[in-house]
Design a protein around this ligand. Structure first.
Ligand code: ATP
Length: 444
């Protein structure tokens, strides 16, 4: 248990290289009649220390690549600051931005498509040097030869073409190119996921050697959690545009605090088949990043969600059924109605959502439903049938929402090393995450 804190860590011995505050990256949403924006990154605060590897994990679409690209100013931030070595990168443009970009580069996932097949390897690696008019042509050639050697490729590859190489070799070329301008900071976006396992190990070891040799700082985006655990000093866990938990890698992997991290980690297969660990499944599907829940981002799927006071002692199956039904109504509210549907609704002829009755029956038929709950559900069903799912959604929210639906959680320091996590359960007011998840899983 802990209290909400300003972001801080007692182990902040090393120098901070990148400091991110309130960073948001939204797509679209401009204009009077536009759809709501896609909130790919929705207010993240963290820092990256010089020389460390920060792992960034989370389900597909949670905003990892967007965050990586925004940190490199390849995307313009919607809000917030990215202070790199004292400079707020979000305020740079033109020559200043071009000059800054030397410091920070990206290594892409797919070595098949990220290299231009019409250029020789030498030209590919030299291109950033040419673009920045770096020293003389002779110096550039020397630099490329040095880089080839640094990534373990012989000089003779200078005049060859990328298609003559294997995936691993192509990734070495991509890494050499990223290093050309002597950056301090690299975003590695799934750098090994397109490679065979045996090749993955070699590229990881190369990245480690280069980090040591050139004192590089890495942000490593990867979906393979074992790779992240192996290579990262610290790890940030992202869900729906927000960081849910962040801290020392080994500690986070063995003692996660946030329900989302616990669920993500429970999906890793046990190396020892005699050990059985429980898989924590999240209900439903992730909400759209253009329609995130108003409270905690995880509130629609959380395995440790807090129940509202009036229903604190409600049977777990019934509680799950209510949550499931709320999700069904939420899905209906996301459907854009055609003009004819809206006309029918106006004249009380709307029938498109009549099957909500069936969904209600499927969800609640085997359960004992108290009168108060029954009444609320039936009212919502009538609203949906009349073509007003948003009203139904609000009606269910008013009755069944808990603190998790209503308020975004604050950041809490959850370990002595300074790991932090966003969850309402990290306060003394509520039972801790672990026992709740275990009890709910046992009762299923
Ligand atoms: N240029 C864009 N325009 C509109 N939406 C975008 C754009 N780029 C990303 N998105 C949306 O932003 C959200 C986050 O995408 P992003 O690629 O950053 O996620 P991710 O975690 O890196 O996913 P993955 O692991 O699959 O690469 C997604 O909903 C995606 O569709």
């Amino acid at each position: 248990m802990s209290n909400a804190v300003e972001q801080s860590s007692p182990t902040e011995e090393s120098e901070v290289l990148v400091e991110v505050e309130g960073l948001k990256k939204y797509y679209g949403g401009d204009g009077l009649f536009a759809d709501p924006p896609v909130k790919a990154v929705d207010g993240v605060d963290f820092e990256i220390r010089r020389g460390e590897t920060l792992g960034l994990v989370g389900e597909s679409g949670c905003g990892k690549s967007t965050l990586g690209r925004t940190l490199l100013a390849l995307e313009r931030a919607t809000e917030g600051s990215i202070v790199y070595n004292g400079t707020d990168v979000t305020t740079l443009s033109g020559t200043e931005l071009k000059e800054w970009r030397k410091n920070a580069q990206m290594v892409f996932q797919d070595p098949e498509s990220s290299l231009n097949d019409r250029m020789t390897v030498g030209e590919i690696i030299r291109e950033p040097l040419d673009a920045h008019d770096w020293k003389t042509m002779n110096d550039r050639r020397e630099r490329v030869l040095d880089l080839l050697s640094a990534v373990g490729l012989p000089d003779k590859h200078y005049f060859r073409y990328p298609h003559q190489f294997s995936g691993g070799q192509r990734q070495r070329i991509g890494i050499a190119r990223a290093l050309a301008l002597e950056p301090d900071f690299l975003v590695l976006d799934e750098p090994v996921s397109a490679l065979d396992v045996s090749v993955q190990a070699k590229i990881i070891s190369l990245l480690e050697d280069l980090q040591e040799e050139f004192n590089l700082t890495y942000l490593l985006i990867a979906h393979d959690l074992s790779v992240v655990r192996y290579i990262s000093d610290r790890v940030a866990v992202m869900y729906l545009g927000k960081i849910m938990e962040m801290g020392e890698a080994e500690e986070l992997f063995t003692d996660a605090s946030n329900p989302y991290t616990q669920s993500l980690l429970s999906a890793i297969p046990e190396p020892d088949p005699t050990e059985t660990s429980r898989r924590i499944t999240l209900s439903g599907t992730p909400p759209s990043p253009s329609d995130a829940p108003p409270g905690c981002n995880l509130s629609t799927r959380c395995p440790a969600k807090i129940k509202p006071e009036a229903y604190a002692n409600l049977d777990s199956d019934l509680w799950n059924a209510i949550e499931q039904f709320r999700e069904v109504v939420r899905e209906r509210a996301r459907i854009t109605l055609s003009t004819s549907d809206r006309v029918r609704r106006r004249f009380d002829r709307f029938e498109r959502f009549d099957d909500i009755e069936e969904s209600m029956a499927d969800t609640f038929d085997d359960l004992e439903v108290p009168e108060r709950v029954d009444e609320q559900i039936r009212t919502a069903v009538e609203m949906v049938k009349r073509g007003r799912p948003t009203e139904a959604q609000e009606h269910l929210y008013d009755e069944f929402a808990s603190v998790c639906d209503r308020e975004p959680p604050e950041m809490h320091k959850v370990s002595a090393s300074g790991r932090y996590s966003y969850c309402h359960r990290h306060t003394d007011e509520y039972e801790d995450v672990g026992p709740v998840i275990t009890r709910r899983a046992d009762s299923e």
